[in-house]
Design a protein around this ligand. Structure first.
Ligand code: GTP
Ligand code: MG
Length: 392
């Protein structure tokens, strides 16, 4: 499963985001280091279900009237303070929780109401733009420390006549999610000595920075948008490539209200309807959330995860079926599975995503929208419905 990690300064709203996105019961508090041990759970990215192109909705548990929710892992870690890679704050071991993450959501307190250590201050007092840079830097230095720790082994291997730097680095970096291609591309970009023994700290840091950018790209979540000065959100938007304004608190309130039957709201909707009697106070609270949603197109929680997976990681959703006319599996369930794959993936990649045996036995595939066989080189598009024919 694709893995999204919430990282960032203490007290920025990571656990609130996590709680809203998973509906799990975790601690939230207005002080730094509420979270110590990481929370891991299942959330979803939202896309359009292929069943929208048919007469009837598929009725799958993860489909709400054509809004399709595809499972992803969500990780909520302890807050990060400047110097964390050297053990400041809660130390650096929790940075290791990010090892498996495919993409990072840097949750920033856009209101400027918490300082760099996450302690409450007056709204607007702290500049949240600083929190964009330091989180990136801490992650880069954390990766650099992993490279440092293992460099001796690279040096040792380099004494062997069939030493290959690409291979040695892949060995070292595969654990943080680097592929052969990531290593090859990174080495092409860098200037470095042939002999690993001649590498300096700067060389290793440059390597780590590149690998971090390739393996842990970052979406900035400008949280607490409900109380943030507008100027802060604008400046954050200028400071990073992908910024999603959000109110994690608002999303949590809406999901709870939806669960209680008070509002009609599906995660990621731009608005909601109040469908039960609510007190004046509740209505006022909901109206405040509605104002933020009107300004930013939603609460930003679902949008941030979608941006991470579909925009930044550039993934597509593909749906394997056994019956290419009815779009069902062997039990008659319509569109029962959805897989997230990097754009450019082929039917065989989808076969492997379903099961390695299916991949090994792959013979060909049928596009279930067109009911025709497709070539093995076909790049699957968002919403592809595919019948895989496998010998296994
Ligand atoms: N106004 C406002 N407050 C929020 C929002 N999201 C979270 N908060 C509040 O911010 C405080 C910190 O929230 P947490 O979710 O515990 O923050 P965290 O980033 O997990 O903090 P640590 O675990 O200490 O790193 C709590 O008081 C939340 O209620 C939001 O969207 N708007
Ligand atoms: Mg927390």
């Amino acid at each position: 499963m694709l893995s999204i990690a919430l990282a960032g300064k203490p007290n920025a709203g990571k656990s609130t985001f996590y709680k809203a996105a998973t509906m799990a019961d975790v601690d939230v508090g207005n002080y730094p280091f509420t979270t110590i041990d990481a929370n891991r759970g299942v959330s979803h990215v939202r896309t359009e279900c292929p069943c929208l192109d048919r007469e009837e909705r598929c009725g799958d548990d993860d489909c709400r009237d054509g809004k399709r929710y595809v499972p992803v892992e969500l990780i909520d870690v302890a807050g990060l303070v400047p110097g964390a890679h050297e053990g400041r704050g809660l130390g650096n071991q929790f940075l290791d929780e990010l090892t498996n993450a495919d993409v990072i959501l840097n949750v920033v307190d856009a209101s400027g109401g918490t300082n760099e250590e996450g302690e409450p201050v007056e709204v607007g007092e702290h500049d949240p733009v600083e929190d964009v840079d330091f989180v990136e830097t801490e992650m880069d230095l954390w990766l650099a420390s992993i490279v440092d720790r293992n460099w001796e082994s690279v040096e040792r291997q380099s004494r062997s006549p069939d030493f290959d730097l690409d291979e040695a680095l892949l060995d070292l970096l595969a654990g943080v999610g680097a592929s052969e291609l990531d290593v090859a591309r990174t080495l092409r970009e860098l200037d470095y000595p042939e002999d690993p023994i001649a590498w300096t700290d700067d060389h290793r840091e440059a390597l780590a920075r590149q690998i971090r950018q390739r393996t842990k790209p970052i979406v900035v979540v400008a949280n607490k948008a409900d109380v943030a000065p507008e100027d802060n959100v604008e400046r954050l938007r200028e400071a990073a490539e992908l910024v999603v304004p959000a109110t994690a608190d608002g999303e949590l309130a809406l999901r709870k209200a939806a669960e209680a039957g008070a509002v009609d709201y599906d995660p990621g909707d731009p608005d909601f309807d109040i469908v039960a009697d609510v007190s004046d106070q509740q209505r006022q609270g909901l109206d405040r959330i509605r104002d933020v949603m009107a300004e930013y197109g939603g609460t930003g929680v679902q949008q941030a995860m979608d941006a991470a997976v579909y925009d930044l990681l550039d993934h597509v959703t593909a749906y394997p079926v056994q019956n290419d006319t009815k779009w069902t599996d062997g039990q008659g369930n319509v569109l029962p599975d959805a897989h997230l794959l990097p754009r450019g993936s082929t039917p065989k990649d989808l076969a492997y995503a379903v099961h390695s045996d299916i991949g090994d036995g792959y013979t060909h595939a049928v596009d279930a929208r067109e009911n025709r066989r497709i070539s093995d080189e076909t790049e699957l598009e968002e919403g592809a419905v595919v019948k895989i024919i496998s010998e296994n």
